[in-house]
Ligand binder design. Structure first.
Ligand code: SF4
Ligand code: SF4
Length: 60
């Protein structure tokens, strides 16, 4: 699974990167990406993002 990143909302603050328990989130040149092979869909990053840039992915 993986969270979806809305890149028009994400400002690259990195706030979500540290809360991911499986280190699935990485920020490179202000662009956040989620490693679908690591993400366990716990939702922690979705809750922490102050800009509502993350949402649940719809694929398994
Ligand atoms: S907390 Fe939100 S705005 Fe900050 S890097 Fe993560 S997705 Fe982007
Ligand atoms: S949903 Fe959980 S496991 Fe997936 S990227 Fe967000 S914090 Fe990490």
């Amino acid at each position: 699974m993986a969270v979806k990143v809305n890149h028009s909302k994400c400002i690259g603050c990195a706030g979500c990167v540290g809360v991911c328990p499986v280190l699935a989130l990485t920020l490179e040149e202000n662009k956040l990406s989620c490693d679908a092979s690591k993400c366990i869909d716990c939702g922690a990053c979705i809750k922490i993002c102050p800009f509502g840039a993350l949402s649940k992915g719809d694929s398994k």
